[in-house]
Each structure stands twice: as C-alpha cells, then as structure tokens.
Design a protein around this ligand. Structure first.
Ligand SMILES: *Cc1c(COP(=O)(O)O)cnc(C)c1O
Length: 212
C-alpha cells in the first residue's frame, strides 16, 4: 500500500534545514493534496495552467504553488495570479509576458530561470550565457524578482553525469550571491541534487506514486 503522508515524511526527515520540498501534485487529485496539507505540507508543484487554476480555486489559499512546467506566453495570465514561484522560465518572451501580467495583478512575481543542463535536447531552458546576460540587467523587469535557478538533469543511470550537470548549475548559482533558490532534484535524483547544493527539490512520484 502506498501511504503518501508516510512517503512525504520519509523524504522530509532526510532534508537539511532550509531545503524546500515542492510536492509535485500534477495529475494527482485534490484529495491527495488535501491529505498532505493536513500533515503540514504547503508547497505544491503543478505543470499545467488549467490544472493549477482548477486546484487553486478549491484548495486553501495558504498553499504556495510552484509552477514547474513549460509555460506558453498566452497561458501566463492563468498562472501569475496563483503562483508563489514560477520555476520554469525559459525565454525572454516569457519574462516579458510575466512582467506585464504581474503588473496587472499588482504583484512582484518571483521566478527561477531554467537552465538547460541535460544532454537530451528535449529539456527546456536557457544556455548559461543567456542567463548571465539576463542577470546583468534584471531591473528591466520591474514586476519580476529573479530569485534563483532551476535545472533538470539527464534521465540517466550515470550518477557521475547527473552530478556534473547539477554542479554546472550550482557553480553558476554561486556566482550570484543575491540569488536564494537553487532548484534541482526530482524523485530519481534528489539525493544527488542535495549533495550538489540544491535547496529546493521537486518530488512527485516518490510521494504520490506513478502518474496515470
Ligand atoms: C514532473 C516534474 C517533477 C517531478 O517528477 P518526479 O520524477 O515524479 O518526481 C519535477 N520537476 C519538473 C520540472 C517536473 O515536470
């Protein structure tokens, strides 16, 4: 039997102080989120705008939603009103769209810049020089606060390769002392990510079980 509260607790017990666990609830029902909310979990991750909107409408307002999926500019207006943090910002056009929408909502939207660190070219993200360029000139986005970086490692059994990819992102992160959030690590690699300095892991199936 799969006990999601126990899965959550087992992971939380292994997290150093200051590391955020984003429970990735995409494709999982409201009642599963409510169960974890009931044992104190507040940070949940979703990757589809419609699903985020539908869930946020019926769940407690003190949930901190992290948007973690590829976001199209025409869906930004569905996400900004609900997202505490948009982790998956991967283009300048998206930054501009988020900036505009945040102004309309009179909020400062916190975001992470997603960097492409994996070998697969299907994974979204900026290249390192693009991130450096954006971080040189953050004040151009008045309604956005760039609080850190996010990356997804290759889907690989080679732990050394995963470490190299995470370390690439960690090294860049440490060049910017004002950044506070380094988001790396999913169900299969969060322990490696912690070793590499992640302070925000995004874990779905290891808590909720397989997605259908
Ligand atoms: C789905 C997803 C996760 C969680 O994946 P699991 O392997 O189920 O833990 C983490 N990050 C992103 C960006 C995702 O899309």
């Amino acid at each position: 039997m799969n006990n999601i509260s126990e899965n959550l607790r087992n992971i939380l017990q292994k997290l150093p102080v200051g590391v955020i666990l984003c429970a990735v609830s995409k494709f999982h029902p409201i009642n599963a989120i409510e169960e974890l909310y009931g044992v104190g979990q507040r940070v949940f991750g979703e990757n589809r705008p419609q699903e985020l909107t539908a869930k946020a409408a019926v769940l407690p307002t003190d949930i901190e939603w992290h948007f973690i999926g590829h976001l199209q500019t025409n869906k930004v207006k569905m996400v900004v009103p609900h997202a505490e943090l948009i982790e998956s910002v991967d283009s300048l056009r998206l930054l501009e769209a988020i900036d505009k929408e945040a102004e309309k909502c009179t909020k400062i939207q916190k975001i992470l810049l997603q960097m492409h660190i994996a070998t697969e070219d299907t994974k979204q993200g900026f290249l390192q020089p693009e991130i450096q360029e954006i971080l040189k000139n953050t004040q151009q986005f008045e309604n956005i606060e760039i609080v850190g970086l996010m990356g997804m490692a290759s889907l690989s059994a080679d732990t050394e390769q995963i470490k190299r990819e995470f370390n690439t992102l960690a090294t860049l992160y440490h060049k910017y002392p004002t950044l506070t959030t380094l988001s790396m690590g999913m169900s299969g690699d969060w322990e490696v990510a912690l070793e590499c300095g992640s302070n925000n892991i995004r874990v779905g199936s290891a808590i909720f079980g397989a997605r259908h």
